[in-house]
Ligand binder design. Sequence first.
Ligand code: NAG
Ligand code: NAG
Ligand code: NAG
Ligand code: NAG
Ligand code: NAG
Ligand code: NAG
Length: 450
Amino acid sequence: MKELILLLIIIITISGAPPSDVPIFNVDLDGDAFHRWDQVLASFSNDDLQNFVTLLKSSSTLQAAYDSFWSSWLETNVEFVFGTELKTEMEGVANYTNIAFKDIVEVNLVYELTVACSILIGYDENSNPFLSHNEDYSLGTAILRQIVMRVNFQSNGSTIFTGISYAGLVGSRAIYKSGEFALAHDQRESSASIEDNLNNLTAGAKPIFVLIRQVGENCSDFTCAFNMVNTTYIASLGYFGICGKQPNEAYVITRDREQSYLVNQTFDGTYNWYLYEGNSDLNTDPPPYDIRREFINNYMRVIDQDDWNHIGIFYVMTFYPLRRESTVWNMIAIPSSSFLQAKILSCTTIYDRANTPIDCTSCTPTCEQGICLEYQGKCSCNAGFIGDSCDTLDTTNLPTTESTSDKDNVARGISITSIVALTVVIIGIFIYPKCKKEKSTPNTDDKEMK
Ligand SMILES: *[C@@H]1O[C@H](CO)[C@@H](O)[C@H](O)[C@H]1NC(C)=O
Ligand SMILES: *[C@@H]1O[C@H](CO)[C@@H](O)[C@H](O)[C@H]1NC(C)=O
Ligand SMILES: *[C@@H]1O[C@H](CO)[C@@H](O)[C@H](O)[C@H]1NC(C)=O
Ligand SMILES: *[C@@H]1O[C@H](CO)[C@@H](O)[C@H](O)[C@H]1NC(C)=O
Ligand SMILES: *[C@@H]1O[C@H](CO)[C@@H](O)[C@H](O)[C@H]1NC(C)=O
Ligand SMILES: *[C@@H]1O[C@H](CO)[C@@H](O)[C@H](O)[C@H]1NC(C)=O
């Protein structure tokens, strides 16, 4: 009874602060490029845009690199990098917002300057390829939540593709073409500097946001999008998650500037029916503080693909440790069933390891404290950390070797819908007292938020 009341309280708490939809706008590609963004910009506070610019400029090393590149080369070559159309759009944005053109160009190179994210790709219960992206951005998370937008780029009155981005940016962070494909990008660490990224622009490399928008404008199908992402010379390294509408059209492409380093594909109905890309190459282990891949592997391998849909995807992508304090928004796209969802993730109530609700409305660092997760009917702490003091977790049924056998041959401990799983997890938080003596360990995984 007590549990039931607590459960109700939790459900109320959760539903009391639901993630909100990313606001939707239409942008007419047939209209005058200079005024193309006016209506969109009118819906945002100019202060938020200005704050974003100010924030980006607040890093002195970053700003020094950009200033020097601007005066030595970029100022006279904006058209070379962005093309005539996007240059005009940026001039219009600068004029409309009364923010210097140089600063608008800088925010449009935001990925070349800084960002981090993650991608999950695979197949749903109907074998439809899906793509989900979490946008993590530790620099100015709260401001970005105010200016994220979902834009239907239209021509002749119909939507050519949808892009998710930020007000003031003319490129796209992720795109979706209904019935055809979805594409998102994620940060790949490298020893290269901001100067390296910028200098590559002089040799014709494309900024990431520009490439993604151009894929949306130029490609009507998956094959075109895949090839463009696989071969275009880009200014900074990255991972691309891309999925189409056909079975087995789901890939993570690991890019060097000039070419692909890895192309990983997932296969529907097999043990390898999903891929998760955090910020480490898929042929290496992530650093020890990044527990996300381990978490997702443990989680997905007990999920039954037959009960797996956008609800389950949203649930796992917005669950610690995949969702973090700096997660700005989540996108889920299933092109073959014309499903697109983009939600702004504000920091809502979560629970610490002592099962005490943490009021993190102010997004204090406690937001990323560990919580308990029901896992194969047992209690796990931080899920990935098998063998933590919640060590009753039985791992003997977990598959340990990769096989491409039919999914029915793979040990999958539980077969329940994701909604039920959510409920079980919530109950699990309360009825497994073992977790209560769990002490939080120092949380170091925010290190990767560069
Ligand atoms: C730039 O914006 C101002 C008002 O903010 C407007 O009066 C002016 O016409 C705009 N310039 C162009 C070229 O449209
Ligand atoms: C737009 O629609 C009109 C009438 O349906 C058609 O004649 C024209 O070719 C279309 N333009 C483009 C760019 O598709
Ligand atoms: C591109 O970046 C690499 C570093 O990854 C650097 O070695 C190379 O010189 C850069 N290319 C140009 C044209 O600046
Ligand atoms: C893609 O489209 C843009 C404008 O829509 C154009 O400027 C660019 O050259 C095209 N790129 C390719 C590779 O087709
Ligand atoms: C992707 O690009 C790499 C080279 O960068 C090439 O070897 C590979 O064949 C391409 N993959 C596909 C499927 O076209
Ligand atoms: C991705 O591909 C590389 C090279 O083929 C391989 O070594 C790695 O194990 C693959 N990773 C996954 C998760 O499939």
